[in-house]
Design a protein. Structure first.
Lengths: 316, 292, 257
């Protein structure tokens, strides 16, 4: 067979292509430059964290130069806008905890039940319809939820609790709970789906019913992921702003009564930002002090959930 | 010796309780969807009669009958365009660096953990960052630019994670084939990895955008105005966005403003629906092409 | 020994993946324009050795090479040698066909494009496809995606892709193991035709294929510590009829592996 041989390739100038070194050198510089550029992009994410921490700390220092940390963390009255001024953040923290607590009480059972149903019972057709619908719940802007809480849920609840004020922790908490159901559901479901089929088959082989397999084999095997899901959802509820700003009120109060009006840390920041507080005043610095506390709380919760999964992940 | 009757009795109990619980689980799953339906229906009902052309083309006003969301709508459009412009290259660049260039060392793990943590930071904290950094320290004022940069930082973790997944799903054999032909790393990325990962990246970006434009909190923190009577024409102008306008109307006691809020919500939901539909279209179109 | 008959040579080649030594002291000569087959039981390092010839092992993190691999007398692992240039001159075909998710034309044109070769791309693509005995199958569908082709056609496409760069050496890592017998024979025919102008090194676990196709055979084995070593190499006919080493004889007569 006669080969159709091209012969060694040559450049336009007639030099054999073996001398590619000049082209290669230019390419090497270009490659290095591109790598530096991409590394710079990655660095931006690191700088964001540095920026958040630095900015919060620096601005909060303006607050803590006048108010002691102890007074901030343990004081039981929060009245920076009124005379006499008090700077105890506990009412805001309690308000946040109350609404977030109600939210998780709603989202945990419903989210977990959905996760069990979707991972252990639902047929493919059902999953393909239900999962996207639940994702839509997660995608609804929080102002919309706030509107719903104020104009629909609150009037509804007042039929049950006639003494309830228009702005209250319960409506906001319930609606926040609805908002985080998809988070609990899909993260728990991920944890449960990751449990290998062989464990389930072993249980079926021993005569267990589907319910028993789901609750006695799969859930325990996925418990670290489920706990992590709940902590992450709680952290989300703590950081939520608009629902509570619209529906929970703006009266910082040290109370665990969900029918009362309260104020959360996030709603306080919104309140000051909407006002005409001049820069450089202590009232202005309060939003950064509260913001710093909020950031630390959510960061600790997220780190804890990561640590928890690493430490207690079941080995199948 | 096994007692057959006792076993069968017990089995019936187990099966009955199993069936009871399935119904319970299914009910719980459907309850979430039920609330979604109620919510949309309620908002829709409240907006009837208030969502019209005049509403879409007027500025906000103290008189509910004359108010509209023209300024907020354009503010949202501006913000979305600028945020996408900034966040897409940086997000994709970071993902490419992490997946294709970075060795698997401490620094990479640090960056990765940092990104996961940034995804969980409350949106209002990003607003505070924007306020301290862009509005004040960099003296951009309360402008669209400051707002877009703030939302960019907020959207980056989501985009990076989505882009990383898309890049990881490109089969390794394609990369190997390209390297074996003498391609440099960037050539492999540009000619093989990115084209294959593009639909996933685009879908992730569109979803990140749709989240960003629904956020009022960070924009409130950087003091986007709540009452704006002009359309912004440059990135340095002051601005407002749809969620803030809605929030403003919801906060007023008069019932008419509640209807305005509902109408505004419908507009916002339509914008979001279009974005998400676009994301699904992109994904389906590219999936079909890959299967051809 | 710089010899116009020698294309590639390894001298005391060691390869590590992290702390695991995959190859030990491999020294062999690959003659020009012949087909050299690397055979041996699975796990003995055949593919690892093949990947040393075009520096593809470097893409595996933690890999380290000691010793020399000489191509036309120059050590390709010397400082200052660009691996992409090595791969431009030493091409590779993989075990499982891996066409890019692009059109047939774009697949074959990829190598020239990426290496900055100007000139008539259509001509280069057509000649490569003819050389790989695939032109008639695809000439009417150059724009259609390569993923639609059959397994054997895809593998010939991968060969055309490598040929488009006019390499001097073609490395083939078990190129037929994912193909049916008919496609396999087509590729073996193609290999024999290519040997006139190219140096070919093929890794195969199929001894009959090695006997059919190759001029030179190199037999490798795994030592006790799981490092791969070269037992012997020589002309195929001699090695299969009168092997020098007993281990070679055992393997060839099927007593193990």
């Amino acid at each position: 067979m006669l080969p159709e041989h091209l012969g060694p390739l040559r450049t336009a100038a007639g030099e054999p292509l073996l001398s590619l070194s000049r082209v290669r050198q230019r390419n090497r510089l270009k490659e290095r430059a591109i790598q530096q550029l991409l590394f710079a992009c990655a660095l931006i994410s690191v700088l964001t964290t540095v920026g958040i921490v630095a900015m919060l700390v620096v601005q909060a220092a303006g607050f803590f130069s006048e108010v002691s940390v102890v007074e901030f963390l343990t004081g039981t009255q929060w009245t920076p806008l009124f005379q006499p001024q008090h700077f105890g953040v506990m009412p805001l923290v309690v308000g946040t905890s109350l609404t977030a607590g109600i939210a998780i009480l709603v989202a945990l059972p419903i989210g977990l039940a959905s996760a069990i149903y979707l991972s252990e019972y639902a047929q493919d057709r059902v999953r393909r319809v239900v999962k996207p619908l639940l994702e839509i719940l997660a995608g609804i802007p929080t102002v919309v939820y706030g509107y719903f809480a104020l104009t629909f849920v609150t009037p509804l609840l007042r039929n049950v609790f006639p003494d309830m004020i228009v702005f209250n922790a319960l409506s906001a908490g319930l609606v926040m709970g609805i908002m985080i159901i998809p988070m609990v559901s899909s993260l728990s479901e991920d944890a449960m789906v990751a449990v290998p089929r062989s464990l389930r088959n072993a249980a079926y082989g021993l005569g267990a019913t589907r319910f028993e397999v789901a609750t006695r084999v799969v859930m325990p095997a996925a418990v670290s992921g489920i706990v992590a899901a709940c902590i992450l959802a709680l952290s989300r509820a703590v950081g939520e702003t608009m629902i509570v700003a619209i529906a929970a009120g703006s009266t910082p109060k040290l109370t665990l009564n969900p029918l009362e009006s309260i104020q959360t840390m996030t709603a306080y920041i919104v309140q000051i930002s909407l006002g005409e507080t001049p820069q450089g005043t202590i009232e202005y610095y309060t939003i950064f002090a509260v913001g710093l506390l909020l950031f630390m709380m959510t960061l600790l919760m997220n780190l804890f959930s990561q640590w928890f999964v690493r430490r207690y992940r079941e080995k199948y | 010796m096994k007692n057959a009757t006792a076993f069968r009795q017990h089995l019936r109990t187990r099966q009955l309780s199993g069936r009871f619980f399935v119904a319970l689980f299914l009910g719980a799953t459907l309850s979430g969807i039920f609330v979604l339906v109620v919510l949309v229906a309620d908002v829709f009902k409240d907006s009837l009669g208030w969502l019209d052309w005049q509403f879409l083309t007027s500025y906000p006003s103290r008189k509910p009958q004359e108010a509209g969301l023209l300024s907020a709508f354009f503010g949202t459009l501006w913000l979305m365009a600028l945020t996408a412009l900034f966040s897409l290259p940086v997000g994709v660049g970071t993902a490419i660096y992490l997946e294709e260039y970075s060795p698997d060392n401490m620094l990479r793990r640090l960056i990765q953990t940092n990104i996961s943590n940034l995804a969980g930071v409350p949106s209002i904290v990003y607003g505070l960052l924007g306020l301290g950094l862009f509005v004040q320290a960099l003296a951009m004022g309360r402008s669209i630019l400051a707002g877009a940069l703030t939302l960019t930082l907020m959207s980056l973790p989501v985009i990076i994670i989505a882009a990383q997944e898309a890049i990881r799903s490109v089969p390794e054999v394609h990369r190997l084939g390209a390297y074996a032909l003498g391609a440099t790393r960037w050539q492999v990325v540009r000619n093989i990895v990115l084209p294959t990962a593009l639909p996933g990246i685009l879908t992730g970006t569109i979803l990140a955008m749709s989240r960003a434009i629904g956020e009022a909190a960070p924009m409130i923190a950087i003091s986007a105005l709540v009452y704006l009577t002009f359309i912004p024409v440059s990135p340095l102008d002051r601005f407002t966005v749809l969620p803030i306008q809605i929030f403003n109307w919801v906060s007023r006691p008069q019932e008419d403003f509640a209807h305005l809020a509902a109408a505004g919500i419908i507009v916002l939901l339509i914008v979001l629906l279009s974005l998400n539909a676009a994301a699904i279209l992109v994904r389906n179109r590219y999936q079909k092409r890959a299967e051809e | 020994m710089l010899n116009s008959l020698t294309s590639l040579e390894t001298r005391k080649l060691d390869l590590w993946y992290g702390n695991f030594q995959a190859l030990r002291g491999v020294s062999m000569i690959v003659p020009r324009n012949q087909i050299t087959a690397i055979i041996g039981p699975s796990g003995c390092g055949k593919s690892s050795l093949l990947r040393c010839f075009n520096r593809m092992n470097e893409l595996i993190p933690g890999s380290k090479v000691k010793g020399e691999v000489l191509f036309e007398g120059r050590n390709i692992y010397a400082a200052g040698v660009d691996p992409t240039e090595v791969r431009y001159r030493i091409g590779m075909v993989f075990q499982k066909p891996n066409p890019f998710p692009k059109s047939v034309f774009e697949n074959v044109a990829f190598g020239p494009r990426v290496n900055g070769i100007t000139g008539n791309l259509e001509e280069i693509v057509e000649r490569a496809l003819r050389r790989a005995a695939l032109w008639d199958d695809v000439k009417d569908r150059l724009g259609r995606t390569a993923v639609e082709l059959s397994g054997g056609q895809q593998q010939r496409l991968c060969i055309a892709r490598a040929l488009a760069l006019q390499p001097e050496v073609i490395l083939m890592d078990e190129p037929c193991s994912a193909l049916d017998p008919v496609a396999t024979l087509k590729i073996e025919d193609l290999m024999r035709g290519l040997a006139a102008e190219y140096t070919i090194i093929i890794v195969t676990h199929n001894m009959q294929q090695a006997a059919r196709v190759s001029d030179i055979a190199a037999f490798m084995m795994m030592e006790e510590d799981r490092a791969g070593a070269l037992v012997e190499y020589g002309t195929t006919s001699k090695m299969f009829t009168t092997p020098r080493d007993k281990r070679t004889e055992d393997y060839i007569t099927g007593r193990f592996g």
